[in-house]
Design a protein around this ligand. Sequence first.
Ligand code: ZN
Length: 502
Amino acid sequence: MDITLNELKTRLMEINDLNAAESVLSWDQNTYMPPGGAAARGRQLATLSRLAHEKFTHSEIGGLLNDLRDYEESQPYDSYEASLIRITRRDYERAVKVPSAFVALLTEHASTTFQVWTEARPANDFAKVRPFLEKTLELSRELSDFFPGYEHIADPLIDFADYGMKASTVTKIFSELRRELVPIVHAITAQEPADDTSLHQHFPEPLQWAFGMEVVRLFGYDTNRGRQDKSPHPFTTSFSVGDVRITTRIHENNLSEALFGTMHEAGHAMYEQGIDPAFEGTPLANGTSSGVHESQSRLWENLVGRSRGFLEHFYPQLKKVFPAQLGNVSLEKFYRAINKVSPSLIRVEADEVTYNLHVLLRFDFELQMLEGTLEVRDLPDAWRERFKADLGIAPSDDRNGVLQDIHWYFAQIGGMFQGYTLGNIMGAQFFEAALRAHPEIPDEISKGKFDTLHEFLRENIYRHGSVYTAEELVKRVTGNPLTIAPYIRYLRKKYGEIYELE
Ligand code: ZN
């Protein structure tokens, strides 16, 4: 069996190398590549992704997986060997169901649509991108249909990002959340909004950069195995366990965007850096789902970074970096500024409380479009109506409405958004478990110490990579299935204090 397993590992390593090379090219495209490189880069990325897909869907991989079936069953479920075979088989069976020609068609259509969207968005011209989006919807349905037997047509697409989740399970969790969330939003927005003018002064870029990096190094982001660069849209990318990079974007008139953005990406990156090095080059060396990934970024960004304890240690230092801007701003005032809750149009700029309403809207629309109960041409109006109902405001143009997020214009419709809110819910559940095991964590945070929390997450979440599904991981770490209760407790406690909720 050793020979068969080694043969599989050798092949997986080769596929991993092609994927990693593709990631390096794509990182470069988003950071340093001059515009003249675009056409050739598109082709180079397509070549690598085709080679990787061909190698992975090769019948010999199927043969090896077949030969290893008995061996897999003889090993403990969460052993390295059994997990490697199980997760490879899951990915393989998924990959071979979609014909290569369809993958190429979808990739090409996505890249054309992305190009049109980059022009349509600033021009506020939904009509221009509409026919492309209609085609995307058609292709998204076809993609689902390669996985017959689903309960809802969105299920296979949700399953790609959040394995094991279905439209019905997510809908149930989200409607419970909505029931709890809407009254909190209403109670807060009925009050005077917090004053956040202190965040919108001139903050020179190099100082913002240095402060953000200092914070995430203390969180435990290892810069010997990572680095930060600038990009138009912040992201995290992993080339290996030893090289996990983040990017940021800095606005000199907005202190919170880069600072919290850097914490967010470092949360994703620490997860990838913390994976067991023995998994290197295999499908186990990835975060297990989009929800769990997002739980780690949101945990560091919000539960840690936007906490009062965090400020007790870091705010005096921040004032030293920006004495003219923050010298007269009290900690309490700054705390309220970075936790200001008010309805806004743009998801990525939304506060912790209203953020989920942005996600729920997109998730529901994805289901409705796939079901055929919402036409692409009716999307802009539906967007405005739903916004008005949920948040009391509505965008006057599509640029700040349906055109704002890249997802539908760069991939498919379906499965694109649930991970963000699942991440908020799981993040709070994991954090509560960490505090139960180590009640000293809040005190340590207020002293600028993060090793206990980081070590808890590394031991219980990071190192396992994709060995456990999101469902298994939540159960193992917290002792309970996924539940919104900790997240609601967290929001009520924190915002109840800031806003005097009853
Ligand atoms: Zn994220």
